[in-house]
Design a protein around this ligand. Structure first.
Ligand code: FMN
Length: 211
């Protein structure tokens, strides 16, 4: 694709994407499209390449129905074709954990370099004081953004969902919250009605050039 065509496609997808409030329950995303979207998620970047994100993909109507009350009774939950729960590992992201060492190990570096990476990762976390859950959740949001953009590129509607009771959702999913916590949800499917007018600030309000 030429850059000009890519720009048009991305712009059109950005206009097409909106927070879809109700999906068509008769339309299911194909397995092929779901695999494509999950591959986009897998290829998304994570800080230090730590890949602590997990995606729980839910199609089971009973599970969606159980989750709905814990998600502010939002209709996206049970009308969606696929509901993705983005979670982050927690204990595994602590400096010098087996997981962290293994991820740096994946790089195939010399031992001294691998140790230097582990020390750098530790120093980074010491300096920021960001709880590992918060830091891991940030990585989930990068994937969330990519998922929504990629979905829009292939005509699939989405809604990011922060409106949920975290503890309840984790309990329903029977997560071991010592190791894994829910960051954000992404409902996917096909819209039922027309999308509302976009409300956005003028570009000058959000961006400035310093030449
Ligand atoms: C991280 C995040 C969480 C959100 N949570 C919800 C939600 O729980 N329920 C909902 O209806 N919309 C939710 N939204 C959608 C926003 O309200 C919506 O994106 C915003 O109003 C802009 O509208 P647009 O996406 O249609 O352009 C969320 C959006 C983001 C980015």
């Amino acid at each position: 694709m030429y850059p000009s065509e890519a720009k048009t496609a991305l712009l059109e997808a950005s206009v097409f994407r909106h927070a879809c409030k109700l999906f068509d329950t008769q339309k299911r995303i194909s397995d092929d499209d779901m695999r494509f979207l999950l591959e986009i998620a897998r290829l998304s970047p994570t800080s230090f390449g730590m890949q602590g994100v997990r995606l729980i993909v839910i199609t089971d109507p009973a599970l969606k129905a159980a989750l709905k009350p814990a998600c502010w009774n939002q209709n996206q939950i049970d009308s969606s074709s696929h509901l993705i729960i983005l979670t982050t590992r927690t204990a595994d992201l602590e400096p010098y954990s087996d997981w962290v060492k293994a991820r740096f190990g994946d790089r195939g570096l010399a031992k001294a370099q691998e140790e230097a990476y582990n020390d750098k990762y530790n120093a980074f976390h010491q300096e920021r004081h960001t709880p590992v859950y918060e830091w891991g959740a940030r990585q989930c949001y990068i994937i969330l953004g990519n998922l929504m953009s990629a979905s829009a590129m292939i005509g699939i509607d989405s809604c990011a969902i922060e409106g949920f009771e975290k503890n309840k959702v984790e309990k329903i999913l029977a997560l071991d919250t010592q190791r894994e916590e829910v960051a954000v949800l992404c409902a996917l499917g096909y819209r039922t009605g027309a999308q509302p007018q976009k409300q956005r600030l003028a570009l000058e309000m959000i961006a400035e050039f310093r030449a």
